[in-house]
Design a protein around this ligand. Sequence first.
Ligand SMILES: Nc1nc2c(ncn2[C@@H]2O[C@H](COP(=O)(O)OP(=O)(O)OP(=O)(O)O)[C@@H](O)[C@H]2O)c(=O)[nH]1
Ligand SMILES: [Mg+2]
Length: 302
Amino acid sequence: MNTLSIVIPALNEAPNLATVMASVPVDALAEAGWQTEILVVDNASTDDTAEVARSLGARVVSQPARGYGNAYLAGFTAASGDVIATGDADCTYPFDALPQLLRTLVEQDVEFLTTDRLGRENREAMKRSHTMANHALSALSRLLFRNGLRDSQSGMWIFRRHVWHGLDVRSTGMAFSQEIKNAATRAGYRFLEVPIEYRQRGGEVKLNALPDGVANLRQLFEHRFRRSTQPGAEQPGAEQPIPEQRGAEQRDVARPDAEQSDPEQPSVEQSGPEQPGAEQSGAGRPDQGQVALPTQRKFESV
Ligand SMILES: Nc1nc2c(ncn2[C@@H]2O[C@H](COP(=O)(O)OP(=O)(O)OP(=O)(O)O)[C@@H](O)[C@H]2O)c(=O)[nH]1
Ligand SMILES: [Mg+2]
């Protein structure tokens, strides 16, 4: 059985968790050969996010240091699956499409799969100002990193565990999302971007649009011109085999399969379901600045 960890960062998302957890098709995933664990990272919530998550059968990881990136750093450390999938705790991401997305990961032998929410069919779900900011940040990100990704801000990624261990991702806040994508593509992992359905957010917005946008801009330039200090991680020009490049963009939208104690340290709690893993392919690495060629293969939508 392959093992999958679904990591969900949550800051005061208690009212959304029942919907989010119910949208994970654990049975369909099991039928497809994926043993799944769900980790909710409680990011110092002041509501009962942790209790609700636990009662719904999630493993709760406690991250007292606020920040979207901090939440993922703790979640990935705690995750035991050979494949990790992510998404917000606000009902926006289609966890019900995971069986299809995993099939794509395996069939196309991708190491890092990211998703694109910016298709026209999703325009009702995102505020106009957010859509424009996402397009602008993504355009700048493409210009600097030359990876062809349409949506640098999407929070749904599915990747093989070894990828995370080969990356040098430093953002503690919202810039984590663009940084992990740009780090993975720059490091030369086989990547692919597929369209997904994006849904309206439940509950309160947590994003601080202006400061988060400015922080993202700064991070893009810092990352592009960074000299890595971590040997082997995302080192431009390192002596590694160059993998076959796979590219951004597939056009049909991935939709749900209809059938189918130290307060400063993150802590993990075991509760609820099983443990996650999937077959891995060799981690090919780096060659900075390679442009990924768009694949011609279409995503199967249901
Ligand atoms: N913004 C923010 N989100 C956090 C933090 N810690 C955990 N999260 C969670 O990270 C996810 C992303 O935050 P969102 O507020 O949804 O950010 P977003 O998706 O860019 O913005 P929306 O379009 O409003 O959904 C949510 O599940 C949050 O609950 C944090 O410190 N700040
Ligand atoms: Mg969100």
